[in-house]
Design a protein around this ligand. Structure first.
Ligand code: P70
Length: 470
Protein backbone atom coordinates (compact mmCIF):
# COMPACT_ATOMS: atom_id res chain seq x y z
CA UNK A 1 0.00 0.00 0.00
CA UNK A 2 1.24 3.46 -0.93
CA UNK A 3 1.80 5.66 2.09
CA UNK A 4 1.58 9.40 1.66
CA UNK A 5 4.51 11.22 3.31
CA UNK A 6 3.44 12.65 6.67
CA UNK A 7 3.29 16.42 6.80
CA UNK A 8 3.45 18.81 9.73
CA UNK A 9 0.60 21.26 10.20
CA UNK A 10 2.67 24.08 8.78
CA UNK A 11 3.54 22.06 5.68
CA UNK A 12 -0.09 21.18 5.13
CA UNK A 13 -0.85 24.90 5.03
CA UNK A 14 2.21 25.74 2.91
CA UNK A 15 4.07 27.68 5.59
CA UNK A 16 6.65 27.20 8.35
CA UNK A 17 5.12 25.77 11.50
CA UNK A 18 4.76 27.83 14.62
CA UNK A 19 3.79 26.81 18.13
CA UNK A 20 2.39 28.16 21.35
CA UNK A 21 4.65 30.76 23.05
CA UNK A 22 4.81 28.74 26.29
CA UNK A 23 5.65 25.29 27.61
CA UNK A 24 3.74 23.19 30.11
CA UNK A 25 4.86 23.16 33.76
CA UNK A 26 1.96 21.41 35.48
CA UNK A 27 -0.66 18.99 34.18
CA UNK A 28 -4.14 17.96 35.26
CA UNK A 29 -4.98 14.32 34.48
CA UNK A 30 -8.06 13.60 32.38
CA UNK A 31 -10.14 10.47 32.39
CA UNK A 32 -12.67 9.05 29.96
CA UNK A 33 -15.66 7.17 31.31
CA UNK A 34 -17.31 4.40 29.29
CA UNK A 35 -20.10 4.92 26.78
CA UNK A 36 -22.61 3.30 29.15
CA UNK A 37 -21.55 5.62 31.95
CA UNK A 38 -21.86 8.61 29.63
CA UNK A 39 -25.33 7.50 28.63
CA UNK A 40 -26.31 7.41 32.29
CA UNK A 41 -24.65 10.74 33.06
CA UNK A 42 -26.53 12.32 30.16
CA UNK A 43 -29.88 11.00 31.44
CA UNK A 44 -29.16 12.22 34.96
CA UNK A 45 -28.22 15.65 33.56
CA UNK A 46 -31.51 15.94 31.66
CA UNK A 47 -29.55 16.08 28.37
CA UNK A 48 -28.22 19.47 29.41
CA UNK A 49 -24.41 19.74 29.34
CA UNK A 50 -24.53 22.47 32.03
CA UNK A 51 -25.84 19.82 34.44
CA UNK A 52 -23.04 17.28 33.86
CA UNK A 53 -20.39 16.76 36.52
CA UNK A 54 -17.03 17.85 35.18
CA UNK A 55 -15.52 14.56 36.37
CA UNK A 56 -17.71 12.88 33.76
CA UNK A 57 -16.32 15.11 30.99
CA UNK A 58 -13.26 14.26 28.88
CA UNK A 59 -12.45 17.39 26.83
CA UNK A 60 -14.37 20.34 28.23
CA UNK A 61 -15.38 22.82 25.54
CA UNK A 62 -18.41 24.16 27.39
CA UNK A 63 -16.86 27.60 27.68
CA UNK A 64 -13.70 29.67 27.52
CA UNK A 65 -14.87 31.48 30.65
CA UNK A 66 -12.65 31.07 33.70
CA UNK A 67 -11.29 27.83 32.24
CA UNK A 68 -7.95 29.14 30.97
CA UNK A 69 -4.54 28.20 32.37
CA UNK A 70 -2.77 30.92 34.33
CA UNK A 71 0.94 31.48 33.79
CA UNK A 72 3.66 30.93 36.40
CA UNK A 73 3.80 34.73 36.75
CA UNK A 74 0.09 34.88 37.52
CA UNK A 75 0.41 32.11 40.10
CA UNK A 76 3.31 33.99 41.66
CA UNK A 77 1.01 37.03 41.75
CA UNK A 78 -1.54 34.98 43.67
CA UNK A 79 1.01 34.71 46.49
CA UNK A 80 1.31 38.49 46.54
CA UNK A 81 -2.34 39.01 47.37
CA UNK A 82 -2.93 41.94 49.71
CA UNK A 83 -6.19 40.98 51.38
CA UNK A 84 -6.77 44.32 53.08
CA UNK A 85 -10.46 45.19 53.11
CA UNK A 86 -9.78 48.65 51.75
CA UNK A 87 -7.13 49.99 49.39
CA UNK A 88 -5.47 46.67 48.50
CA UNK A 89 -2.28 47.27 46.53
CA UNK A 90 -3.47 44.67 44.01
CA UNK A 91 -6.40 46.91 43.12
CA UNK A 92 -4.01 49.69 42.16
CA UNK A 93 -2.04 47.27 39.97
CA UNK A 94 -5.27 46.23 38.28
CA UNK A 95 -6.42 49.81 37.85
CA UNK A 96 -3.09 50.75 36.27
CA UNK A 97 -3.21 47.76 33.88
CA UNK A 98 -6.72 48.68 32.70
CA UNK A 99 -5.82 52.34 32.30
CA UNK A 100 -2.65 51.41 30.45
CA UNK A 101 -3.99 48.76 28.05
CA UNK A 102 -7.65 49.75 27.62
CA UNK A 103 -7.15 53.48 28.14
CA UNK A 104 -10.18 54.36 30.28
CA UNK A 105 -9.82 56.85 33.15
CA UNK A 106 -11.82 55.26 35.98
CA UNK A 107 -12.00 51.62 37.08
CA UNK A 108 -14.61 49.80 39.18
CA UNK A 109 -13.87 46.14 40.03
CA UNK A 110 -16.61 43.47 39.88
CA UNK A 111 -16.70 39.78 40.68
CA UNK A 112 -17.30 38.85 37.01
CA UNK A 113 -18.87 40.19 33.83
CA UNK A 114 -22.50 40.02 34.87
CA UNK A 115 -21.73 41.90 38.09
CA UNK A 116 -20.36 44.73 35.96
CA UNK A 117 -23.35 44.47 33.57
CA UNK A 118 -25.70 44.79 36.52
CA UNK A 119 -24.07 48.03 37.68
CA UNK A 120 -23.83 49.72 34.28
CA UNK A 121 -27.44 48.76 33.50
CA UNK A 122 -28.67 50.25 36.79
CA UNK A 123 -26.66 53.43 36.34
CA UNK A 124 -27.18 54.09 32.63
CA UNK A 125 -30.72 52.85 31.79
CA UNK A 126 -33.95 54.64 32.67
CA UNK A 127 -37.03 52.39 32.62
CA UNK A 128 -38.66 52.61 29.19
CA UNK A 129 -35.43 53.30 27.32
CA UNK A 130 -34.00 51.24 24.47
CA UNK A 131 -30.56 49.68 24.30
CA UNK A 132 -29.42 48.97 20.74
CA UNK A 133 -26.60 46.47 20.39
CA UNK A 134 -24.78 44.13 18.02
CA UNK A 135 -26.75 40.96 18.78
CA UNK A 136 -27.99 40.03 22.22
CA UNK A 137 -25.89 38.29 24.81
CA UNK A 138 -27.82 36.33 27.43
CA UNK A 139 -26.65 37.97 30.67
CA UNK A 140 -26.18 41.40 29.08
CA UNK A 141 -29.74 41.53 27.74
CA UNK A 142 -31.19 40.20 30.97
CA UNK A 143 -29.57 42.95 33.04
CA UNK A 144 -30.68 45.57 30.54
CA UNK A 145 -34.24 44.24 30.80
CA UNK A 146 -34.17 44.00 34.61
CA UNK A 147 -33.17 47.68 34.66
CA UNK A 148 -36.29 48.50 32.62
CA UNK A 149 -34.64 48.72 29.20
CA UNK A 150 -35.51 47.00 25.93
CA UNK A 151 -32.69 45.52 23.91
CA UNK A 152 -32.85 46.10 20.13
CA UNK A 153 -30.62 44.09 17.81
CA UNK A 154 -28.89 46.37 15.28
CA UNK A 155 -26.18 44.02 14.02
CA UNK A 156 -25.71 43.74 10.23
CA UNK A 157 -27.94 41.13 8.57
CA UNK A 158 -24.96 39.03 7.50
CA UNK A 159 -24.36 38.11 11.15
CA UNK A 160 -27.52 36.03 11.16
CA UNK A 161 -26.36 33.95 8.20
CA UNK A 162 -23.96 31.17 9.25
CA UNK A 163 -22.45 30.90 5.75
CA UNK A 164 -21.90 34.58 4.96
CA UNK A 165 -18.17 35.36 4.68
CA UNK A 166 -18.26 39.05 5.67
CA UNK A 167 -14.93 39.73 7.45
CA UNK A 168 -16.58 41.84 10.19
CA UNK A 169 -19.87 40.13 10.89
CA UNK A 170 -20.03 41.81 14.30
CA UNK A 171 -20.51 45.28 12.80
CA UNK A 172 -23.42 47.49 13.77
CA UNK A 173 -25.78 48.36 10.91
CA UNK A 174 -25.72 52.16 11.00
CA UNK A 175 -29.02 52.45 9.14
CA UNK A 176 -30.80 50.21 11.66
CA UNK A 177 -29.29 52.19 14.53
CA UNK A 178 -30.20 55.56 13.07
CA UNK A 179 -33.73 54.42 12.28
CA UNK A 180 -34.25 53.42 15.91
CA UNK A 181 -32.91 56.76 17.13
CA UNK A 182 -35.18 58.67 14.74
CA UNK A 183 -38.23 56.57 15.62
CA UNK A 184 -37.80 56.78 19.38
CA UNK A 185 -35.87 60.02 19.83
CA UNK A 186 -32.31 60.19 21.16
CA UNK A 187 -33.46 60.65 24.76
CA UNK A 188 -35.11 57.21 24.64
CA UNK A 189 -31.78 55.55 23.84
CA UNK A 190 -29.92 54.63 27.03
CA UNK A 191 -26.65 53.93 25.21
CA UNK A 192 -25.32 51.82 22.38
CA UNK A 193 -24.15 48.42 23.65
CA UNK A 194 -21.33 47.19 21.41
CA UNK A 195 -19.53 43.87 21.95
CA UNK A 196 -15.98 43.30 20.68
CA UNK A 197 -16.24 39.94 18.96
CA UNK A 198 -19.86 38.95 19.08
CA UNK A 199 -20.27 35.76 21.05
CA UNK A 200 -23.69 34.64 19.80
CA UNK A 201 -22.81 35.38 16.16
CA UNK A 202 -19.87 32.97 16.32
CA UNK A 203 -17.12 35.13 17.82
CA UNK A 204 -17.30 37.61 14.93
CA UNK A 205 -15.38 40.90 15.05
CA UNK A 206 -16.26 44.59 14.67
CA UNK A 207 -14.06 46.71 12.39
CA UNK A 208 -12.30 49.89 13.46
CA UNK A 209 -14.14 51.67 10.67
CA UNK A 210 -17.46 50.56 12.18
CA UNK A 211 -16.71 51.69 15.73
CA UNK A 212 -15.54 55.05 14.37
CA UNK A 213 -18.76 55.45 12.40
CA UNK A 214 -20.91 54.44 15.38
CA UNK A 215 -18.99 56.95 17.50
CA UNK A 216 -19.72 59.70 14.98
CA UNK A 217 -23.41 58.81 14.93
CA UNK A 218 -23.54 58.75 18.75
CA UNK A 219 -21.83 62.15 18.90
CA UNK A 220 -24.32 63.54 16.41
CA UNK A 221 -27.28 62.48 18.57
CA UNK A 222 -25.63 62.85 21.97
CA UNK A 223 -25.77 59.14 22.84
CA UNK A 224 -23.19 57.20 24.87
CA UNK A 225 -21.36 54.19 23.50
CA UNK A 226 -20.32 51.40 25.88
CA UNK A 227 -18.27 48.36 24.98
CA UNK A 228 -18.52 44.77 26.15
CA UNK A 229 -14.74 44.26 26.18
CA UNK A 230 -14.91 40.59 27.22
CA UNK A 231 -13.18 39.36 24.03
CA UNK A 232 -11.98 42.69 22.64
CA UNK A 233 -8.34 41.53 22.50
CA UNK A 234 -9.43 38.81 20.07
CA UNK A 235 -11.34 41.44 18.10
CA UNK A 236 -8.10 43.43 17.81
CA UNK A 237 -6.41 40.39 16.22
CA UNK A 238 -9.00 40.30 13.43
CA UNK A 239 -8.54 44.02 12.79
CA UNK A 240 -4.79 43.48 12.55
CA UNK A 241 -5.32 40.59 10.16
CA UNK A 242 -8.15 41.91 7.98
CA UNK A 243 -8.53 45.66 8.07
CA UNK A 244 -6.39 47.79 5.72
CA UNK A 245 -3.83 49.89 7.60
CA UNK A 246 -3.54 47.74 10.73
CA UNK A 247 -1.14 44.95 9.72
CA UNK A 248 1.83 46.76 11.26
CA UNK A 249 0.11 47.82 14.46
CA UNK A 250 0.34 45.67 17.58
CA UNK A 251 -2.68 44.09 19.24
CA UNK A 252 -2.07 46.44 22.18
CA UNK A 253 -2.15 49.52 19.94
CA UNK A 254 -5.32 48.39 18.17
CA UNK A 255 -7.05 47.55 21.44
CA UNK A 256 -6.36 50.98 22.86
CA UNK A 257 -7.38 52.80 19.70
CA UNK A 258 -10.69 50.90 19.55
CA UNK A 259 -11.54 51.51 23.20
CA UNK A 260 -10.72 55.19 22.62
CA UNK A 261 -13.88 55.52 20.50
CA UNK A 262 -16.07 54.34 23.38
CA UNK A 263 -17.17 55.99 26.63
CA UNK A 264 -16.49 52.98 28.80
CA UNK A 265 -16.54 49.21 28.97
CA UNK A 266 -17.57 46.26 31.07
CA UNK A 267 -15.50 43.13 31.24
CA UNK A 268 -15.66 39.48 32.10
CA UNK A 269 -12.01 38.99 33.04
CA UNK A 270 -12.56 35.23 32.80
CA UNK A 271 -11.99 35.38 29.05
CA UNK A 272 -9.37 37.65 27.49
CA UNK A 273 -7.86 38.61 30.84
CA UNK A 274 -6.77 35.02 31.55
CA UNK A 275 -8.15 34.55 35.05
CA UNK A 276 -10.49 32.03 36.63
CA UNK A 277 -12.66 34.71 38.22
CA UNK A 278 -12.93 38.49 37.99
CA UNK A 279 -14.34 41.41 36.09
CA UNK A 280 -14.43 45.18 35.89
CA UNK A 281 -16.13 48.29 34.62
CA UNK A 282 -14.25 51.30 33.32
CA UNK A 283 -15.59 54.68 32.26
CA UNK A 284 -14.28 58.11 31.39
CA UNK A 285 -17.11 60.24 32.78
CA UNK A 286 -16.54 61.50 36.35
CA UNK A 287 -20.20 61.63 37.38
CA UNK A 288 -21.04 58.19 36.05
CA UNK A 289 -17.96 56.84 37.79
CA UNK A 290 -19.08 58.25 41.14
CA UNK A 291 -22.45 56.57 40.71
CA UNK A 292 -20.92 53.22 39.76
CA UNK A 293 -18.44 53.43 42.60
CA UNK A 294 -21.35 53.95 44.96
CA UNK A 295 -23.44 51.12 43.47
CA UNK A 296 -20.59 48.61 43.58
CA UNK A 297 -20.54 48.64 47.38
CA UNK A 298 -24.22 47.69 47.46
CA UNK A 299 -23.99 44.70 45.13
CA UNK A 300 -20.37 43.55 44.80
CA UNK A 301 -18.09 44.81 47.55
CA UNK A 302 -15.98 47.84 48.38
CA UNK A 303 -14.80 49.86 45.37
CA UNK A 304 -11.25 48.56 45.78
CA UNK A 305 -12.17 44.88 45.50
CA UNK A 306 -15.69 44.55 44.04
CA UNK A 307 -16.13 40.89 44.99
CA UNK A 308 -12.61 39.73 44.20
CA UNK A 309 -9.86 38.66 46.57
CA UNK A 310 -6.70 40.75 46.39
CA UNK A 311 -4.89 37.79 44.81
CA UNK A 312 -7.52 37.57 42.06
CA UNK A 313 -6.93 41.21 41.18
CA UNK A 314 -3.17 40.65 41.01
CA UNK A 315 -3.61 37.64 38.71
CA UNK A 316 -5.85 39.71 36.45
CA UNK A 317 -3.44 42.66 36.34
CA UNK A 318 -0.70 40.28 35.14
CA UNK A 319 -3.13 38.44 32.84
CA UNK A 320 -4.05 41.69 31.09
CA UNK A 321 -0.42 42.36 30.18
CA UNK A 322 0.01 38.78 28.91
CA UNK A 323 -3.25 38.83 27.00
CA UNK A 324 -2.23 41.57 24.57
CA UNK A 325 1.01 39.88 23.46
CA UNK A 326 0.75 39.32 19.71
CA UNK A 327 2.24 35.80 19.91
CA UNK A 328 -0.30 34.76 22.52
CA UNK A 329 -3.30 35.94 20.52
CA UNK A 330 -2.00 34.44 17.30
CA UNK A 331 -1.58 30.99 18.83
CA UNK A 332 -4.90 31.23 20.67
CA UNK A 333 -6.90 32.05 17.57
CA UNK A 334 -4.66 29.78 15.49
CA UNK A 335 -5.78 26.83 17.56
CA UNK A 336 -9.47 27.67 17.16
CA UNK A 337 -8.89 28.02 13.44
CA UNK A 338 -7.05 24.69 13.23
CA UNK A 339 -10.12 22.90 14.54
CA UNK A 340 -12.39 24.94 12.28
CA UNK A 341 -10.29 24.28 9.18
CA UNK A 342 -10.39 20.52 9.75
CA UNK A 343 -14.19 20.60 9.92
CA UNK A 344 -14.43 22.86 6.87
CA UNK A 345 -12.28 20.43 4.88
CA UNK A 346 -14.55 17.58 5.91
CA UNK A 347 -17.55 19.64 4.77
CA UNK A 348 -19.15 19.72 8.18
CA UNK A 349 -21.43 22.76 8.51
CA UNK A 350 -19.97 25.42 10.82
CA UNK A 351 -20.29 29.18 11.17
CA UNK A 352 -17.98 30.97 8.75
CA UNK A 353 -15.56 32.64 9.00
CA UNK A 354 -14.22 30.83 12.08
CA UNK A 355 -14.36 33.32 14.96
CA UNK A 356 -12.16 34.10 17.93
CA UNK A 357 -13.02 31.85 20.83
CA UNK A 358 -14.89 28.87 19.45
CA UNK A 359 -15.97 26.81 16.49
CA UNK A 360 -19.76 26.93 16.17
CA UNK A 361 -21.43 23.90 14.60
CA UNK A 362 -24.50 24.73 12.53
CA UNK A 363 -27.15 22.41 13.97
CA UNK A 364 -29.59 23.26 11.18
CA UNK A 365 -27.05 21.84 8.74
CA UNK A 366 -26.65 18.70 10.85
CA UNK A 367 -30.33 18.07 11.44
CA UNK A 368 -32.58 19.61 8.78
CA UNK A 369 -35.19 17.02 9.81
CA UNK A 370 -35.41 18.28 13.43
CA UNK A 371 -37.70 21.33 13.83
CA UNK A 372 -36.34 24.18 15.94
CA UNK A 373 -38.73 23.50 18.82
CA UNK A 374 -37.27 20.01 19.12
CA UNK A 375 -33.94 21.68 19.92
CA UNK A 376 -31.46 20.66 17.21
CA UNK A 377 -28.43 22.32 18.86
CA UNK A 378 -29.25 20.87 22.28
CA UNK A 379 -29.53 17.49 20.58
CA UNK A 380 -26.14 17.98 18.94
CA UNK A 381 -24.32 18.77 22.18
CA UNK A 382 -25.91 15.70 23.79
CA UNK A 383 -24.82 13.53 20.83
CA UNK A 384 -21.24 14.80 21.04
CA UNK A 385 -21.04 14.01 24.71
CA UNK A 386 -22.48 10.55 24.10
CA UNK A 387 -19.93 9.87 21.36
CA UNK A 388 -16.74 10.95 23.14
CA UNK A 389 -17.31 12.71 26.47
CA UNK A 390 -16.64 16.09 24.84
CA UNK A 391 -18.76 18.85 26.33
CA UNK A 392 -20.04 21.71 24.16
CA UNK A 393 -22.72 24.40 24.73
CA UNK A 394 -26.08 25.00 23.06
CA UNK A 395 -26.40 28.45 21.47
CA UNK A 396 -29.76 28.35 19.76
CA UNK A 397 -33.41 28.41 20.71
CA UNK A 398 -32.82 27.23 24.28
CA UNK A 399 -30.33 30.05 24.91
CA UNK A 400 -32.55 32.63 23.21
CA UNK A 401 -35.36 32.05 25.75
CA UNK A 402 -38.71 33.80 25.67
CA UNK A 403 -39.94 37.32 24.94
CA UNK A 404 -40.32 39.05 28.31
CA UNK A 405 -43.69 40.57 27.35
CA UNK A 406 -45.46 37.91 25.26
CA UNK A 407 -43.86 34.79 26.77
CA UNK A 408 -43.36 33.44 23.23
CA UNK A 409 -40.10 31.65 22.50
CA UNK A 410 -37.54 33.60 20.48
CA UNK A 411 -36.70 31.67 17.30
CA UNK A 412 -33.13 32.78 16.45
CA UNK A 413 -31.94 32.15 12.92
CA UNK A 414 -28.70 30.79 14.29
CA UNK A 415 -29.12 27.35 15.87
CA UNK A 416 -25.60 26.53 17.00
CA UNK A 417 -23.52 24.21 19.15
CA UNK A 418 -20.40 25.95 20.44
CA UNK A 419 -17.06 24.16 20.79
CA UNK A 420 -15.39 26.74 22.99
CA UNK A 421 -11.63 26.52 23.35
CA UNK A 422 -10.19 27.45 26.77
CA UNK A 423 -7.01 29.55 26.57
CA UNK A 424 -3.65 27.76 26.96
CA UNK A 425 -5.23 24.46 28.07
CA UNK A 426 -5.55 21.89 25.28
CA UNK A 427 -3.14 20.71 22.59
CA UNK A 428 -3.42 20.16 18.86
CA UNK A 429 -3.94 16.44 19.57
CA UNK A 430 -7.00 17.29 21.65
CA UNK A 431 -8.33 19.27 18.70
CA UNK A 432 -7.87 16.21 16.47
CA UNK A 433 -9.89 14.08 18.87
CA UNK A 434 -12.63 16.72 18.93
CA UNK A 435 -12.75 16.97 15.14
CA UNK A 436 -13.05 13.20 14.75
CA UNK A 437 -15.88 13.05 17.27
CA UNK A 438 -17.76 15.81 15.47
CA UNK A 439 -17.36 13.82 12.28
CA UNK A 440 -18.66 10.64 13.90
CA UNK A 441 -21.75 12.50 15.12
CA UNK A 442 -22.22 14.05 11.67
CA UNK A 443 -22.09 10.63 10.03
CA UNK A 444 -25.05 9.34 12.05
CA UNK A 445 -27.04 12.57 11.70
CA UNK A 446 -29.90 11.07 9.69
CA UNK A 447 -30.84 8.65 12.51
CA UNK A 448 -30.68 11.32 15.22
CA UNK A 449 -33.95 12.44 16.86
CA UNK A 450 -34.69 15.65 18.77
CA UNK A 451 -35.55 16.40 22.40
CA UNK A 452 -38.48 17.74 24.37
CA UNK A 453 -38.09 20.18 27.25
CA UNK A 454 -39.49 18.80 30.49
CA UNK A 455 -38.34 21.51 32.91
CA UNK A 456 -37.93 25.21 32.16
CA UNK A 457 -36.60 27.70 34.74
CA UNK A 458 -37.68 31.33 34.63
CA UNK A 459 -34.33 33.09 34.11
CA UNK A 460 -31.58 32.08 31.64
CA UNK A 461 -33.30 28.75 31.09
CA UNK A 462 -30.43 27.12 29.21
CA UNK A 463 -28.38 26.76 32.40
CA UNK A 464 -30.85 24.52 34.21
CA UNK A 465 -33.48 23.27 31.72
CA UNK A 466 -34.04 19.49 31.47
CA UNK A 467 -34.88 17.45 28.39
CA UNK A 468 -35.92 13.96 27.37
CA UNK A 469 -35.33 12.20 24.06
CA UNK A 470 -38.26 12.06 21.64
C1 P70 B 1 -19.54 32.21 27.91
C2 P70 B 1 -19.51 33.10 29.13
C3 P70 B 1 -19.94 35.45 29.45
C4 P70 B 1 -20.09 36.79 28.92
C5 P70 B 1 -19.87 37.06 27.55
C6 P70 B 1 -20.05 38.36 27.06
C7 P70 B 1 -19.81 38.69 25.63
C8 P70 B 1 -20.66 39.10 29.20
C9 P70 B 1 -20.51 37.83 29.74
C10 P70 B 1 -20.82 37.62 31.21
C11 P70 B 1 -20.27 32.55 30.30
C12 P70 B 1 -21.72 32.36 30.00
C13 P70 B 1 -22.63 33.31 30.35
C14 P70 B 1 -23.96 33.15 30.03
C15 P70 B 1 -24.36 32.03 29.34
C16 P70 B 1 -23.45 31.04 29.03
C17 P70 B 1 -22.13 31.20 29.36
N1 P70 B 1 -19.87 34.42 28.73
N2 P70 B 1 -20.44 39.34 27.91
O1 P70 B 1 -19.37 31.00 28.08
O2 P70 B 1 -19.64 37.42 31.91
O3 P70 B 1 -19.81 35.06 32.76
O4 P70 B 1 -18.18 36.70 33.72
O5 P70 B 1 -20.58 36.95 34.18
O6 P70 B 1 -19.48 36.11 26.71
O7 P70 B 1 -19.67 32.72 26.79
P1 P70 B 1 -19.55 36.48 33.22
Amino acid sequence: MDQKPLQTMGQQSGRRSWAEPWKIKMVEPLQVISRDQREQALREAGYNTFLLKSDDVYIDLLTDSGTGAMSDRQWAGIMLGDEAYAGSRNFYHLEAAIQNYYGYRHVVPAHQGRGAEHLISLAAIQPGQFVPGNMYFTTTRLHQELAGGTFVDVIIDQAHDAQDLHPFKGNIDLAKLEQLVKEQGADKIAYVSMAGTVNMAGGQPVSMENVKAVRALCDHYGIRLFLDATRMVENAFFIQEREPGFADKSIAQILKEFCGYTDGAWMSGKKDNLVNIGGWLAVNDDTLFEELRNLVIVYEGLHTYGGMAGRDMEAMAIGIAESVQDEHVRSRIGQVRYLGDLLIQWQIPIVLPVGGHAVFLDARGFYPHIPQDEFPAQTLVAELYRDSGIRAMERGIVSAGRDEHTGEQHYPRLELARLTIPRRVYTQAHMDVVAESVRAVYEIRAQTRGLKMVFEPKYLRFFQARFEPL
